[in-house]
Design a protein around this ligand. Sequence first.
Ligand code: TXA
Ligand code: MG
Length: 531
Amino acid sequence: MKTEKLRLENGYDENISRAAEILKCGGIVAIPTETVYGLAASAYDENAINKVFEAKGRPQDNPLIVHIATMEMLSEIAKDIPNVAIECAKRFWPGPFTMVLPRTDKTAPAVSAGLSTVAVRMPDHKAALDIINKSGLPLAAPSANTSGKPSPTTAYHVENDLDGKIDAIVFGDECDVGVESTVVSFCCNPPRVLRPGAVTVEDLKEIIPDIAVDKAVLAEPSKGAKVESPGMKYKHYAPKTECYLVEGSGEEFADFVNAEENCLAVCFLEDSERIKIPKLVYGNAKNEATLAHTVFSVLREVDGFGVKSVFIHAPSKQGVGLAVYNRLIRATGFKVIHLSKTVIGLTGPTGAGKSSLRFVAEKKGFYVVDCDKIARIAVEKGSNGLNALIKVFGEDILLNDGSLNRKALAEKAFSSPQNTELLNKTIFPFIKELVFAEIEKNRKVILDAPTLFESGINSICQKTIAVLADRDIRLSRIIGRDGISEEAALLRIKAGKSDEFYKKNADFVIYNNNDSEKFIAEFENLLSSIE
Ligand code: TXA
Ligand code: MG
């Protein structure tokens, strides 16, 4: 098939009329919109719709969006429209916003891929609206790319994918927005975002405060799971080269990619100077709209570099950033590398029971570093830590076999506050070094550290949590745990820091008295909010 090239700059009206004519006769035409180019066909013509699926190689169970130019068209194709949907239409149309609503039986069933609903949007693009008006038809139009490839944001992208397979391409400008419209289903309560776009979740909350965001927006759908929007099932936007989404600061990203071989970095303008390997800039990190604008054309370029892997600096999930993130996580097949770390300090006085949280943290994917154990390793026989202690406190802190005599050290070190401080100053650097090595190995770390603040280890934690408990409860726990007398247990409590100390220093304080279920739930909630 020869594809007609309808260039708007060579005569706007006649090319719009030609596009409308082809569509009325059951043909399929790629048209520009403000989001991405769409491959249009009459929404009333089953045969034309089938041609769209065929030209794109699109799976038959993935329904299309119907484009309209007037509210009258909306009532032709959708019914039982809730008021909140009308309110959203008034606010966001024409614009990058698609509503899923119950369908009438006017549109061809293939548009909805057999569902009882239809997706509708009014594009904010003069040529698109003129073609709809001129043809008098609502136009079903998926993005005008070969299925699985990045969506086209220029007519040349469309030409690359579909030349020879469709009746015509309308050559307009590069698309403003760059990512496809926000899709919201009004067939559930509360309404739900199925695909994020340039109308942001924040924008939608102004009209629908309790709007839901589908899990599939950021998570990989598990095999066989029911997906609200069929489009979410498919691997999308994917270059042939192996791509990874990389989360981390500009510095972390640059250090990481600079050390890799045979790869390409897709980065922010802000990263650009630091990066010493081949790179493509896809916009300004702080202006997510620039990233949306460029992301698909950049994805189309990466295969041309002939590298082994592509590392893409992950955008924020704020505003339009969420839409960019959603497309990139699909382009990479959900392969995300986390360079940034979450390090949480967990502390508290003896007997408060912070160590009982260990399994809860592990269940939530945290690696727990037992700093007490590390402190013992730091002074093992022959270690640098032990040698440093010998220099300060003398050879008589050793047993005959050259290992540390803890009792002897304690006697010396706790004989005066000055000596205690001397002990801490000597040994903490060695403990810290080992803790750092542990942190290196893992992304999400909890430091279980009785002397978190005293050692200064808190400085590497994003947040600190102190676990406290009433004195009597701690007393009986210590007696039970260590099998010592009440007197000895009291001494230990006295030797430790006061509750006030922890309240003053920690970001969060949680109590572990008698309700352990509540205690664990509080801790879990804290971890989720910090992460
Ligand atoms: O910006 C856009 O929306 C572009 C331009 C051309 O308007 N169009 C576009 O169409 O992105 P397409 O087909 O590539 O994406 C349509 C999305 C798919 O994820 C599809 O699963 C979903 O909308 N969708 C369509 N009808 C639906 C329905 N009845 N229920 C749930 N999801 C639906
Ligand atoms: Mg698409």
